[in-house]
Write a protein that binds this ligand. Structure first.
Ligand code: SF4
Length: 471
């Protein structure tokens, strides 16, 4: 059972940590407005808080609050704030509670000067680093990794900010794709394993960074390249410097970005998310297309895989479930009744499309199985004769320590039941998952991805903090 507040978008699905965007301009421009558009495009990566930092002359100004981009930052559409550099953030709290103290960007006055920082990811050795700083007398206002990183930076004895970064970043273990402003310089950094995406694009006047290319597209920046794992990119006045701080031999990019998290119109880790999801759907059909009359998807994240499944299996694709995009973030207590109400608010069957049919429904992944159970009931109430659930990801059996909120092992349904038992529990006629070998075969460089939540094989030794409650 969910232990936290849920929403109609349902906490029984996995959630991101965050999204970031940043802009450096050759000449002063209304950068907060540009960041509004970029962050609006990244809203799917975090809906709990939003914020931006920009320079006003030599001062850094930060504005942030709990809420969606349209709630927190809309006034920037009507105002003009000329600046040279800006960064922004949308947040979902996997590490550190949903409190304003943990909202990003973090801007501080330090012994180095003013620094602003925002990042996406999860520092897996943060407990050890925090305990050590605490013992040395540091104080913390929140529980996020962001504040910890700023403490480490300010304690660096080196003179230049680049050197402070080179002192600090190699001490961090885990996932981080982040942006700093120091002076009027924008810095992009990505951890040596490259867990989370971070891309850079350019126009004549602007250099733009974002978690996903969809944000660059919104700003009319159509050519993007990756910030490489283990790299710092520094930008000021159109000059770009690239510094290597510790590339690993093997990357560990989060395969779930491609399965579920990223927007289908984004290119992530060099792959078109939509096209790769179609390939996953086709791979699913290749191992398990046992008939049925129609294929439908759980919108929106299941759409691309369902199309791929339909083409590969020859089963017609039908619009069987419609999604209410306006159900927003109404907070609902996690009783079973209210959870069902939340799913009903969000998704509803098109009865004429499914009535009397044997329906194959494609979803991206299964966590606790509670959402699937409600969905199957909705489809059967809507008249479906049979419902066969196919998941375009393998069975999730392990926690993530790299920025994705996965429940504890005991809560994951695949640790407690076989696919047959799951089918019986959720009321489906059958359930099957994409095998891990088939998933690996979908990408050109399978060893450059992390699959730890499926396999339990982490790229390095991590301390299990999954049972720890948010505070
Ligand atoms: S454990 Fe799973 S969710 Fe976490 S980084 Fe690895 S693939 Fe992504």
């Amino acid at each position: 059972m969910c232990s936290q507040t849920i929403t109609p978008s349902c906490s029984c699905r996995l959630k991101h940590y965050c999204g970031v965007a940043g802009v450096s301009s050759l000449k002063e421009a209304n950068l907060p407005q540009k960041l509004f558009y970029a962050l609006f495009s990244l809203q799917h990566r975090g809906q709990e808080s939003a914020g931006i930092t920009y320079n006003r002359g030599d001062e850094l100004v930060t504005y942030k609050d709990l809420g969606m981009v349209s709630q927190v930052l809309t006034h920037y559409l009507a105002e003009e704030h000329l600046s040279d550099v800006a960064l922004g953030h949308v947040r979902y709290s996997t590490q550190g509670a949903n409190r304003i103290e943990n909202a990003q960007p973090f801007s501080v006055r330090s012994n180095k000067g003013q620094i602003s920082f925002a990042h996406n990811g999860n520092i897996s050795n943060s407990d050890e680093l925090r305990e050590s700083l605490f013992a040395q007398g540091s104080i913390f206002s929140g529980t996020s990794d962001t504040e910890l990183i700023l403490h480490l930076l300010s304690r660096s004895a080196k003179k230049e900010f680049e050197e402070n970064l080179l002192d600090t970043l190699p001490r961090l273990q885990g996932a981080f794709s982040g942006l700093f402003i120091f002076g009027k310089k924008l810095y992009a950094v990505r951890d040596p394993y490259g867990f989370r995406p971070l891309v850079m694009g350019k126009t004549n006047d602007l250099t733009v960074f974002a978690s996903e290319t969809c944000a660059l597209d919104t700003l009319g920046v159509n050519v993007a390249e990756e910030v490489e794992p283990g790299e710092i990119i520094a930008v000021e006045n159109g000059r770009i410097d690239r510094i290597d701080f510790g590339k690993q031999k093997k990357k560990s990019q989060c395969v779930f970005e491609l399965i579920y998290f990223a927007r289908p119109d984004s290119t992530v880790f060099g792959y078109s998310v939509h096209m790769l999801r179609k390939k996953m759907g086709a791979a699913l059909a290749a191992v398990d297309a046992d008939g049925g009359d129609i294929v439908i998807s759980v919108p929106d994240s299941g759409n691309s895989a369902a199309l791929g499944y339909s083409v590969a299996s020859g089963l017609p694709f039908e619009h069987g479930l419609t999604r209410n995009h306006y159900s927003g973030r109404t907070f609902i207590e996690p009783t079973p009744e209210m959870r069902e109400f939340g799913v009903r608010l969000k998704l509803h069957p098109i009865k004429r499309a499914i009535k009397g049919k044997r329906v194959t429904i494609i979803d991206d992944s299964m966590v606790r199985g509670t959402t699937s159970r409600i969905l199957i009931r909705l489809l059967k109430e809507g008249g479906a004769r049979e419902v066969h659930l196919r998941l375009s990801a393998p069975e999730i059996k392990h926690p993530c320590f790299f920025g994705i909120d996965i429940p504890t092992k005991d809560e994951l349904i695949s640790n407690r039941m076989t696919p047959e038992q799951i089918a019986s529990f959720i009321g489906a006629d059958s359930v099957s998952f994409l095998p891990i070998e088939s998933l690996r075969a979908c990408v050109d460089n399978p060893d450059d991805f992390c699959y730890a939540c499926f396999t339990g094989e982490y790229p390095f030794k991590v301390r299990d903090r999954s049972a720890r409650r948010k505070n």
